[in-house]
Design a protein around this ligand. Structure first.
Ligand code: BMA
Length: 911
């Protein structure tokens, strides 16, 4: 069964930089009409090439693949041959005669993926080996203006290159691991090539070790100093009420060793009103690479003139327009100009001594900020499939779930510039790993050299964004080394020396030089300062008394908050679930063919890259929700989609609420938690994963849950020491608390009306326990038990009845023990007409009714509609409920939508 790609992303060029800071520029992207070609060196395959782009999409578009779309069934394996080949990209292009008259004429590659030799008109320009580096070649002597130019980029197979580097290194000692777990179905030795580490496969994604030019290639010509990047650092002088601002401008020069006198003018404006302007005269002399940075340019601005930039939920994301101009003295050319945005804010990482351990939290502009959010992986396995629109959709969905932080995980990419601009705009703080993950890495001279360039360029490109909060050296490599994940124990000192050379002597040093305005942590998880004190490889990098923690447990009762650790900050935690029916439809043959819709079928087995993952899912589902009904193989698969997704949502809710309460709680010195970033925000393909948003943007139940468990205000029901209590919580120590009345209801699963309703007026909401009962006796006094009843809490305005915080609930026991869960009759009672709301131009209200409480009510449509329900996967504990569908696509008539509507709930699915 063959189908063309169903998950279509519009192929849109992401421009790296709108660069009018240069004299003359030609962007050689395909979108500008340049006809690239891609071919095997022997030309047996030759197809049109796309720049930016890569070989997999080029071959796909040319219909070289006969087995259907790239992410269909087993095509990650079927098409792997592509990555074992070398590929040539070539372009014939003309340039106008005047280009040759510029002092500097460069060919700049903003992203080469990865290992290539580059030739222009038969002359070698250079070799590349790092996807994260911008390569610049002086082509003045090779460029032709009378005839066409021939540009050739000869890519080497990244898989073979990585293996060769491994073999070379192994003569001395191997840099481990020798390969990924076989369950990953991936390629070995990604750690030996500076390429997106997860392009060789990960436990949530396929291997597509592609090659290509993933960012634009430009011809850049100029006569004067030109602007490349800029850095800004802030200090707040609380006594004088002033912002002290330091700036540095990173430039390129047309020559080396020659003085250029000129003037920089920096103008900061707010809606055309000038807030600050300053001029700085300089003499700049380019180094051997024709690069130079200005000395630090300092100025002060009174607090009264500036609105600070604050993260989402903590205030406004105020951004000012900023123009940097440079006029070279005596030059007849117009000034070079860079138009940017600037946000005023300071960041401090606070590690104060506690009776046991230390705090670990961030202050932004002096205010403590609890980080709430998720972890970010690449949004597609082939970067050319990522569009600005999709990045915006994902980050907006994060903001919709009240997130204020995102951790860019070290196995992916330094993101597209658009990503950071959107994060600045939406107030999403970025914990930024450097791109090193779950591995040992080489520390030979050649490797450290390319790393140095990578880190310096990336920090210069990104550091002016107010959203960037902290730099981190790597993902989990300190823990991996200390806990011997890859068999490094016998040579611990050797690997540790390499670890320090790479992350401390190289990466940390460069980050401190380039960006003294932000904290740096060598690894995540780490113990912060304590790791440094212990020589950078702490005895227990996961110590909850210090720094941040990653926590995964797939075997215990994960609906019991007491199972979880009590860290200062949780930067990774999560559970897998299967992808939705809609996602799986794009990956599998139709139901009934080839066991693609069997839980034990080959397709699901192959897509499950986490070793033992499918068994763990059964264990958790059967432990907390119950056994799925006896039915056909296909129905069981559909039931497992539902059950694993609900399990994931509930477990991560319980864990996130636990970290939330821990902000103000102290358990024998543990607690004071100031962050929870669950693993992971988005998917890279249609497979079992930890994501809350599927490939293409569809929300899993977990994402709906996140809108509630990360809400500014929460009234959590929980059980501790046999008492059931309500715990009001506000991340901002009371700033978001509003007066209201609390209603706590005790309800039986077998009837819709509550048994008891407790009313607590005048809640003071200072994060102390507001209401408490001994659970078992209170239940039995009311004819209930943990097996038959549940609780809900509503916080509302006493006058209007408006809900002031998300409703909460408590299931005193897991559903495996509930004895009276009834097959409620949940029905759609009406579907309204399409109308325009603040959320969508095509909003449809759906009214539901039920005769009994229903758990995990899931609304879906039979066709895959773009948009979402205002609430989903909810507990229906009242006889009626109205939800809206916010469509992203135009709908005129709601009849078809109404016919497609389907409802599922737990009692129908478990035995
Ligand atoms: C951590 C992450 C990822 C991984 C996730 C789930 O190890 O850093 O490497 O995908 O857990 O296993």
């Amino acid at each position: 069964m063959m189908r063309r790609q169903q998950l279509t992303f519009p192929t849109l060029v992401l421009l790296v930089l709108i660069n009018n800071s240069l004299g003359y520029e030609i962007d050689l992207s395909t979108a500008n009409g340049y006809a690239w070609s891609a071919a095997l060196p022997n030309k047996s395959i030759a197809v049109p090439g796309r720049v930016p782009g890569s070989i997999y999409t080029d071959l796909d578009e040319a219909e070289i693949f006969t087995g259907g779309p790239l992410l269909f069934r087993f095509n990650d394996l079927e098409y792997r041959w592509v990555s074992y080949e070398d590929w040539d990209y070539s372009l014939t292009f003309d340039v106008p005669a005047n280009v040759a008259s510029y002092s500097a004429v460069d060919l700049v590659f903003y992203g080469v993926d990865t290992v290539a030799d580059i030739e222009l008109n038969g002359s070698p320009l250079g070799a590349t080996n790092n996807m994260f580096i911008r390569y610049k070649y002086n082509i003045k002597d090779f460029l032709k203006t009378d005839v066409s130019n021939e540009l050739l980029i000869r890519f080497k197979s990244p898989v073979k290159y990585a293996r060769d580097r491994y073999d070379e290194q192994a003569v001395d000692y191997p840099v481990l691991p020798t390969c990924l777990d076989p369950a990953y179905q991936g390629e070995c030795h990604a750690n030996h090539i500076r390429k997106m580490q997860s392009s060789f496969s990960w436990d949530w994604g396929p291997a597509f070790p592609t090659v290509g030019l993933w960012h634009p290639v430009k011809l850049e010509a100029y006569n004067t100093v030109s602007i490349r990047d800029w850095w800004v650092g802030f200090e707040r002088d609380e006594i004088q009420q002033l912002w002290k601002v330091d700036m540095k401008i990173h430039c390129e020069t047309p020559d080396s060793g020659i003085d250029h006198a000129g003037t920089f003018t920096v103008t900061i404006t707010d809606q055309q009103q000038v807030v600050q302007t300053l001029k700085q005269e300089t003499v700049l002399t380019g180094d051997g690479n024709r690069q130079v940075s200005t000395p630090v340019i300092s100025f002060v601005v009174p607090f009264s003139q500036i609105k600070p930039w604050m993260p989402n939920g903590w205030g406004e994301q105020k951004l000012y327009d900023m123009k940097i101009e440079y006029q070279e003295t005596g030059s007849a050319e117009p000034p070079v100009v860079l138009d940017e945005k600037i946000g005023f804010r300071t960041v401090d990482l606070i590690e104060d001594d506690l009776p046991t351990g230390r705090t670990y939290y961030f202050r932004v502009n002096g205010e403590p900020v609890f980080l709430k959010g998720s972890n970010w992986i690449p949004s597609a396995v082939l970067p050319e499939l990522i569009t600005e629109q999709y990045l915006r959709e994902l980050l907006t969905a994060s903001k919709d779930a009240h997130m204020n932080a995102m951790r860019i995980w070290g196995g992916g990419i330094y993101e597209f510039s658009e990503f950071y601009r959107i994060a600045d705009e939406l107030g999403i703080l970025i914990w930024h790993d450097m791109m090193y993950a779950c591995s040992m890495y080489p520390a030979n001279e050649q490797f450290l050299e390319t790393v140095s360039v990578e880190i310096r360029q990336q920090v210069r490109r990104l550091s002016h964004h107010p959203s960037v909060l902290i730099w981190a050296g790597n993902n989990e490599n300190e823990a991996a080394l200390r806990q011997n994940w890859y068999g490094t124990e016998s040579k611990f000192e050797t690997y540790k020396a390499d670890y320090i050379k790479l992350y401390v002597d190289t990466i940390k040093r460069i980050l401190n030089e380039e960006d003294p305005s932000r904290p740096f942590t060598v690894s995540s998880p780490s113990n912060g300062k304590k790791s440094e004190e212990e020589g950078y490889v702490s005895l227990n990098p996961g110590n909850p008394e210090y720094g941040d923690v990653h926590y995964y447990n797939y075997f215990d009762d994960m609906w019991n908050w007491e199972t979880y650790p009590k860290p200062r900050m949780a930067t990774e935690y999560g559970f897998q679930a299967l992808p939705s029916v809609h996602a799986w439809t794009t990956a599998a043959n139709p139901i009934g063919m080839d066991e693609d819709w069997h839980y034990d079928g080959q397709l699901l087995f192959t897509r499950q890259h986490h070793p033992g993952g499918n068994n763990e899912l059964v264990l958790q589902v059967e432990g907390q929700l119950g056994k799925a009904r006896e039915t056909t193989q296909e129905q069981r698969f559909l039931d497992m989609i539902y059950l694993t997704q609900m399990h994931q949502a509930e477990a991560i809710k319980i864990e996130s609420e636990h970290y939330r309460r821990l902000q103000y709680l102290d358990f024998d010195g543990l607690g004071h938690c100031m962050g929870s970033l669950y693993w992971q925000l988005q998917d890279i393909w249609q497979g079992p994963s930890w994501a809350s948003i599927e490939y293409g943007g569809r929300w899993k139940p977990l994402h709906h849950f996140a809108t509630k468990f990360f809400a500014p205000l929460s009234f959590m029901l929980w059980v501790r020491d046999g008492n059931v209590a309500i715990y009001p919580h506000d991340y901002r120590s009371g700033a978001d608390m509003v007066p209201g009345i609390l209603l706590i209801k005790l309800q039986s699963w077998s009837q819709i009306n509550p048994i008891v309703t407790e009313r607590i007026p005048n809640v003071n909401g200072n994060s102390t326990i507001e209401w408490q009962k001994p659970l078992d006796s209170w239940l039995s006094d009311n004819g209930c038990s943990r097996q038959t009843c549940f609780l809900t809490a509503t916080y509302q305005d006493p006058e209007t009845g408006r809900h002031l915080a998300p409703d909460s609930y408590l299931y005193p026991s897991n559903f495996t023990a509930v004895t009276n869960l009834a097959k409620a009759n949940v029905q759609v009672t009406s579907v309204g007409q399409v109308y325009e709301s603040s959320q969508s131009s095509w909003t449809i209200d759906v009214e539901l009714s039920t005769d009994k409480p229903a758990a995990f009510v899931w609304l879906d449509t039979t066709t895959d509609r773009k948009g979402r329900f205002s609430d989903n996967a909810f507990l229906m504990s009242t006889a009626t409920k109205t939800v809206s569908f916010w469509s992203s696509d135009p709908i005129t008539d709601s009849t078809e939508f109404s016919n497609e509507l389907r409802i599922a709930h737990l009692a129908e699915i478990i035995r």
